[in-house]
Design a binder for this molecule. Structure first.
Ligand SMILES: *Cc1c(COP(=O)(O)O)cnc(C)c1O
Length: 386
């Protein structure tokens, strides 16, 4: 049996996979078993921040693997505190909790927000407002947080305590705050799975002002937008706001599972002994990988991300068959005249791996994708859009 046949036979068929069997890669190139070369414009789904099998990342991982690969959270390990210190210094946040995925980082965010509201306003203040068209994960609770009905179907009853506001509509937000006892508002600055839709600066700023005035926490889901993806360390930094809680995962450890939930000073002690935990959370190998990734997301790299972003926007905006380009940094959505799936298939045929989000082609290349590969990939993409 081929890999594809065995996958179909033995693995739950929850993914609509493409008929590509990846054997190896290097940087922004991936190679299949049949020897075909692909330019990787998705980096997992924004996970392999510095590409596939990157050498600096590999060294960080292998050095840690040789020392200790896991200890329970009953003991201290060094990579995990080094990473926490780095993330606090980069963000001004005060403390964090480590988990293994975006959904778990959001579960922790939700627990922290509810606990803080219960402590300061009363346990009835448990509602979390998220936005319509958002995506926050696949666990039952993060599904409930996700503001897209089609993810909810088949899995009811959902976790109570989530309501969904119309994005960019402060009146709708205010109505929901009047009608519910609200702990927090949770947003993605750029809705990723929702079709790479950035929130406006005015809305995010107004929301920060409104939540502050009404003693409501503002939490930002940076699972997809975080760790250099948008040309700032976290996407909220493009908006000039300071959130109370931030969750992140995807690109944080460059391809190993790691989630983090960052809390601001006023929430730093919101959860105490026994109130949260994770067996694998803060795994030393994942944390060593993340230290390597975070240390390389410096001002020069962020400028490079912004430059390549401008190149993508300039190249694709107004290209034949392209209706519009959205996003920030190296998180780009392209609305095409042809169905996005057809464009994707043609790109794949011609050696370029892209993603889709809703009705758009989505690009999430490695932050360090070489300019020549980026140009080559966009040439293929442009042809596929025609
Ligand atoms: C991918 C994603 C998640 C879920 O992350 P997992 O690691 O798949 O659990 C949550 N929020 C956003 C914004 C995401 O893009």
């Amino acid at each position: 049996m081929s890999i594809i046949e065995k996958d179909t036979r033995y693995i739950m068929n929850t993914y609509k996979r493409f008929p590509v069997e990846i054997a190896s890669g290097r940087g922004s190139l991936a190679f299949s078993y049949d020897g075909k070369r692909y330019i990787d414009m998705g980096s997992g789904i924004g996970v392999t921040s510095f590409g596939i099998a990157d050498e600096i990342w590999q060294n960080a991982v292998t050095e840690q693997i040789k020392k200790v690969q896991h200890m329970s959270n009953l003991y201290y390990t060094e990579p995990c505190v080094r990473l926490a210190e780095m993330l606090c210094e980069r963000t001004g946040m005060s403390k964090m909790f480590f988990s293994n995925s975006g959904a778990e980082a959001n579960e922790c965010l939700i627990k922290g927000a509810r606990k803080h509201a219960a402590d300061t306003k009363g346990p009835e203040y448990s509602t979390i407002i998220t936005l319509k068209n958002s995506f926050h994960g696949r666990t039952i609770t993060t599904l409930s947080a996700t503001g897209q009905e089609h993810y909810h179907e088949l899995f009811t009853p959902l976790t109570p305590g989530f309501v969904h506001a119309e994005p960019e509509d402060m009146d709708d937000m205010k109505r929901l705050v009047r009608e519910n006892k609200v702990a927090a508002v949770l947003i993605e600055c750029i809705q990723g799975e929702g079709g790479v839709v950035p929130l406006s600066r005015e809305y995010v700023k107004e929301l920060r002002r409104f939540t502050e005035e009404n003693d409501i926490l503002l939490a930002v889901d940076e699972v997809q937008t975080g760790n250099g993806r948008t040309g700032e360390f976290y996407a909220y930094m493009n908006y000039g706001i300071s959130p109370d809680i931030v969750s992140t995962a995807k690109g944080l450890a460059g391809g190993l599972p790691l989630g983090a939930t960052l809390f601001s000073e006023k929430l730093q002690n919101v959860m105490g002994y026994g109130e949260h935990g994770s067996t694998f959370g803060g795994n030393p190998v994942s944390c060593a990988a993340a230290c390597s990734i975070v240390s390389r997301i410096d001002d020069a790299l962020l400028e490079e991300v912004r430059e390549k972003s401008r190149f993508i926007f300039d190249t694709m905006n107004g290209a034949e068959g392209v209706e519009g380009v959205s996003g920030l940094g190296l998180m780009v959505g392209i609305k095409t005249v042809k169905p996005a799936g057809d464009v994707l298939a043609e790109c794949m045929e011609n050696g370029v791996l892209c993603l889709t989000a809703k009705d758009k082609v989505r690009l999430l290349p490695a932050l360090n994708i070489p300019m020549d590969l980026l140009k080559e990939a966009l040439d293929v993409l442009k042809k596929a859009c025609r």
